[in-house]
Design a protein. Sequence first.
Length: 74
Amino acid sequence: MKLKSFIVTIGSLVLTTGMLYLIGHMFTIPWLMFHHKYIVNGNGFYISAGSFDPLIIGLIVSFFAEKIYVYKFH
C-alpha cells in the first residue's frame, strides 16, 4: 500500500511539473518557464534560476493526489 501511494505521489508530481514547464516553454509563459544561468568570471560567480511556480503547483497536486488515493483505497 505504501509503495503504490508513493508511486502515485511521485508520478503526479513529475507529470504535473513537467506538463507545466512544457506548456510554459511552448507558449512562452515566463512564470511557467525555467531558466538557469551560471556565470563564472574574475570577480566571482553569478547564479540565477527561473520560475519555481510549476514545482510548487506540482507539490500541491501531488499532496492532494496522495490524499485522494489513500482515502479512496483505505
